[in-house]
Design a protein around this ligand. Sequence first.
Ligand code: HEC
Ligand SMILES: [Cu+2]
Length: 315
Amino acid sequence: MEGKVSFLPATASAYAGEMNWLFAGLIATSVFILLLVFGLMIVFCVRYRKGSGADRGDRMKKTWRVEVAWTAATFVLFMGLYAWGANLYIELHRPPLDATDIHVVGKQWMWKVEHPGGQKEIDALHVPVGRPVRLVLSSEDVIHDFAIPAFRIRQDAVPGRYETLWFTPTEVGDYRLFCAEFCGTDHARMGGTVTVMEPGDFQRWLDEQGSTESLAQEGAALFRQFGCSGCHGAASTVHAPPLEGLFGRPVPLASGETAMADDRYIRDSILMPRAQVAAGYPPIMPSFAGQIGEDELLKIVAYIKSLGTKERPAR
Ligand code: HEC
Ligand SMILES: [Cu+2]
């Protein structure tokens, strides 16, 4: 890239390829409309210039057919572009089931990344080529925006909630990573490098990071430290729901509604227990808002997720 001005950034993910087509489609449509309108303007200017002998009679004759035809044609054309774009946008938020979860926490002014095995990095993201990756984004302070132009992805990291998006890198190499939302003094320096590696190299890189505890193991320790196990543990005398097998299942709520137990639901259960109370249980769980940091939350969520594979005991 150095010293070279290019029209598009590198195309390094499956999604980026599709975005290029959409971009080309938008440009082609705009050029087509531009040429049509300006072409007609020039033709009419020449034909009806002062002193030309063109026929200027019958000016009041209306042809609604032409009117309806061009209105319908442009409507269909632009709705087609809309459907195309919306489809790509929805796809960005529907990760395949085998995607690896990587957590990213935005903070003034850095990106903190945690891999499922507990490996941590700052302002850097290592991913294997050809494998789907799902990012779970959160923020510790203000709104940041995680952007990788070479993958054509960008998503706000909003304090107080999880945002997800996914991608499959297709080209080995280093790419720039940015914060794309003005977030304070050092916003311009909040960025880093995404390194796409061969799966073998990536595995070696993970191993080299030292024997860290996995996110779920660290979460298990926090689960005891914050006293969650006192109510949710098997030996507890408090009437609280067991969390084994919770992840990914529909949960009946006291309000009569049903919620899906995903990252967001578990996070909200910890910070705002009153918002969605599990049916059949007293709303006695205290809120942990302000006590548990984003880093710790995602570990606890990873731990609860890891309980998901076990058989769910009868409630
Ligand atoms: C004082 C006892 C108590 C403590 C301490 C407690 N919980 Fe709870 N928790 C409950 C009860 C009771 C419910 C069910 C009612 C509700 O949804 O609020 C619940 C619900 C939940 C749910 C939703 C479960 C479902 O089936 O929908 C999750 C997840 C959860 N707690 C996680 C935690 C975590 C993590 C901690 C520690 C940070 C924690 N709880 C601490 C009592 C407790
Ligand atoms: Cu930022």
